[in-house]
Write a protein of this length. Structure first.
Length: 299
């Protein structure tokens, strides 16, 4: 029996322990896109909050199921849960719905034929975004636009030199700007989201770039880089979490050599100063505009 799991449902939903993990946010998991059609017996999806991303994931899960296989999908009521039933019913399948622990849970036994999967999968797939002229995908951070914080950092950055890393690279917007500096010898692009890394690979074709699908917090503290650039994440599972950015700051210090520099952009209200002053020798706020601040921190 083959069972797939997407994400990390709360324990009350009794997620299968022996399932194959398919979330793009869990490094080394199996892409749901790569699972053969009608090949698995059961799928449990902890449905993501974005509408396009969620419908895409549900469609991929239904595509992967054998006829007669069971889809179990749940989401917090206020983060897409209340729309799950309607979204699943749009595939012309019968949906059972229940409520538990502030979630909605839907169960579908996959019929022989399911309507509209290809169309929904096409809308949620990796694509070139008109206007952005870059590869991206629903679910990736600021997937169809240039984030205002990234833009401020890109405009503030002086030419970088030597070897560096972009922590939380997204689809590669900031990295593209960094690589305009001829003094850059190498740039590692790291992100927790496989979709972001896959898009960045297509957007950043410079041979000095390398790509890692990884949790930045688990990178080895090499102490050898000349620079770090980062627009760090400040949400974990939908809730604001300043600890993520603080962990990125500590990791940046661990990756840099003495005299190396971190360029960081953050929402104005996020308290990163203490962490920066703790881990770095000299910290300067270089820009403060449009609700964001940019720091230069020298180790
Ligand atoms: C604020 S976004 C910035 C993205 C990109 N630099 C841009 O400007 O478009 C933060 C990025 O960090 C990634 N991220 C979140 N947690 C992470 C982690 N633990 N390790 C690595 N990347 C992470 C997110 O997927 C997201 O792409």
């Amino acid at each position: 029996m083959t069972t797939l799991l997407y994400g990390r449902p709360p324990a009350v939903f009794d997620p299968p322990g022996d399932a194959v993990q398919t979330s793009p946010l869990i490094p080394d998991s199996t892409p749901l896109e790569s699972v053969a059609e009608e090949s698995v017996d059961a799928v449990m999806v902890y449905a993501p909050p974005g509408v396009l991303e969620r419908r895409y994931t549900l469609a991929l899960a239904l595509r992967a199921l054998k006829p007669g296989g069971r889809l179990d999908a749940m989401a917090p009521k206020d983060k897409g849960g209340s729309r799950l039933k309607k979204e699943l019913a749009a595939f012309e399948v019968e949906v059972g719905e229940s409520a538990k622990a502030h979630h909605r849970r839907c169960v579908v036994i996959r019929p022989k034929s399911v309507t509209g999967l290809d169309e929904v999968i096409a809308v949620g797939a990796q694509q070139i975004v008109p206007g952005l002229e870059a590869w991206s995908q629903p679910g990736v951070f600021a997937w169809d636009r240039l984030d205002a914080g990234t833009l401020l950092l890109a405009r503030t950055l002086p030419p970088m030199k030597g070897a560096g890393i972009d922590l939380g690279c997204g689809y590669g917007a900031l990295a593209t700007v960094v690589l305009r500096s001829p003094g850059v010898t190498a740039l590692r692009l790291v992100d927790l989201d496989r979709r972001a890394v896959e898009a960045a690979r297509k957007n950043v074709t410079d041979p000095r770039a390398s790509f890692e699908w990884a949790d930045a917090r688990t990178l080895e503290d090499g102490g050898e880089l000349n620079f770090v650039v980062s627009n760090p994440p400040f949400h974990d599972g939908g809730a604001e979490d300043k600890r993520l950015g603080q962990a990125f700051i500590r990791k940046a210090a661990g990756l840099l050599k003495k005299g190396g520099v971190l360029w960081l952009v953050a929402n104005r209200h996020l308290p990163y100063e203490a962490e920066l002053n703790d881990a770095f020798k000299r910290v300067t706020m270089v820009a403060d505009a449009g609700g964001y601040k940019v720091f230069e921190a020298v180790k």
